[in-house]
Design a binder for this molecule. Structure first.
Ligand SMILES: *Cc1c(COP(=O)(O)O)cnc(C)c1O
Length: 391
């Protein structure tokens, strides 16, 4: 067989193959492993959404090719939800496009704007798709370190002038995976000024806009004046409605960019299953009590594990959003060696921060996507096997 294309061969190696193998070995030996590794809601999709799906799947009209940009009624639902949730006005015919999960659009937007040799500005640590999409399109990611002392926001002033001038896309995402950080509107204002100055397309990934606690409600990037002139926002049904397997999301914002992404999509895919679009509309149009119920569940889990770590010597603040806790490793450990240590000692899986980029070294991520009693069990094991730590 001829070898695969360069872009495939050059995908960075999966850093944690060693740890994954170890987890499998422990499981085979019958060790009870508690995994905080997976960023995928464990809770089921709400019943009313499943019922809508069951109804729509029976309609033969939904069995045909959908439009690749989404049904107008779906795009209207998105626009209404943005108006209610963020007070952002969107024209459903030109400023909304459906996606087969937001990851699809996040990967494909690079093919719409990146030519070989172009640069995109990518957060480090960050969701790997931003950089991979750039590389697939022949571009080069320029990594912006997210530092704790800056609240895990990129320092736009630290980006060299010649890089900023060459950059075509700026990727940001708040609430943030993996750091759990949130951004104030003033940061989005700074982003709009920067993007206008250097003529850069801003892509804001707002996948965690609804996973938030203690009364905090994350904003949309599009709430800021001028944002629609420079950018788009990705959002998804996956996290708020526990629908990661259904593959339905959307992009909203600048009409020219949305049209370009839709035109690209019409050449490579044929849109999201209409029955799934109807199910998603049921979620968007609902009173959002299902989303609120999720928040309450995650918040309890969060408090249990944050308290457990803090009793052992950490000094963590409970995150205001996302279902992630991003924590420093104790003195004497790297991200990988700490992950291995808690696996060996306590049968607990955490994700080494270095997997999200070089600036993630020195941290680990835990995902609150396991039942509260398992979180409590993990807290007990940490107390028993880890003991007090120093930094
Ligand atoms: C989960 C997640 C998404 C959403 O992915 P879908 O493709 O919509 O399921 C997007 N961005 C980040 C950072 C995520 O963690």
């Amino acid at each position: 067989m001829k070898q695969a294309a360069k872009r495939i061969r050059e995908i960075p190696p999966y850093l944690f193959a060693g740890i994954e193998r170890k987890i499998e070995e422990y499981k085979e030996k019958g060790v009870d492993i508690i995994s905080f590794g997976i960023g995928d809601p464990d809770l089921p999709t709400p019943d009313f959404i499943i019922e809508k799906m069951a109804e729509e799947i029976k309609n033969p009209e939904n069995h045909q090719y959908p439009s690749s940009v989404g049904m107008l009624s779906f795009r209207e639902s998105v626009a209404n939800w943005y108006k209610k949730r963020f007070q952002v006005e969107l024209d459903p015919t030109s400023e909304v496009v459906s996606l087969i999960g937001s990851k699809e659009g996040i990967a494909n937007i690079s093919y719409c704007y990146i030519d070989p040799g172009d640069i995109s500005l990518v957060p480090d640590p960050g969701y790997p798709v931003y950089g991979i999409g750039t590389s697939f399109a022949g571009g080069e990611p320029y990594y912006m370190p997210l530092k704790e002392e800056n609240g895990f926001l990129p320092d736009l002033k630290a980006i060299p002038e010649e890089i900023a001038k060459k950059a075509k896309i700026l990727w940001i995402s708040y609430p943030n995976n993996p750091t759990g950080a949130t951004a104030p509107l003033s940061f989005f204002e700074e982003v709009v000024d920067f993007a206008k100055k250097y003529d850069i397309l801003v892509c804001h990934d707002n996948a965690y806009s609804e996973v938030c606690y203690d009364g905090y409600r994350p904003p949309s990037f599009l709430e800021v004046k001028g944002a629609k002139d420079v950018g788009i926002e990705f959002n998804s049904l996956s996290k708020p409605f526990n629908m990661t397997g259904w593959r339905i999301g959307f992009a909203v914002g600048n009409a020219e960019v949305i049209e370009t992404l839709g035109r690209y999509k019409s050449n490579v895919d044929s849109g999201a299953f209409q029955a799934v679009q109807y199910a998603a509309m049921a979620g968007l149009d609902s009173d959002q009590s299902a989303v609120e119920a999720n928040r309450a569940i995650y918040a309890k889990r969060r408090d249990v594990i944050v308290d457990a770590f803090n009793d052992l010597g950490w000094n963590l603040e409970a995150p205001k959003a996302t279902f992630y806790i991003w924590a420093p490793v104790p003195k004497g450990y790297t991200s990988a060696s700490f992950a291995e240590y808690v696996l060996d000692q306590a049968g607990i899986v955490v994700t080494p921060g270095s997997g999200y980029g070089p600036s993630g070294e020195g941290y680990f991520r835990i995902s609150l996507t396991i039942p509260e009693e398992r979180v409590r069990e993990a807290a007990e094991r940490l107390k028993k096997h880890l003991g007090k730590v120093t930094f």
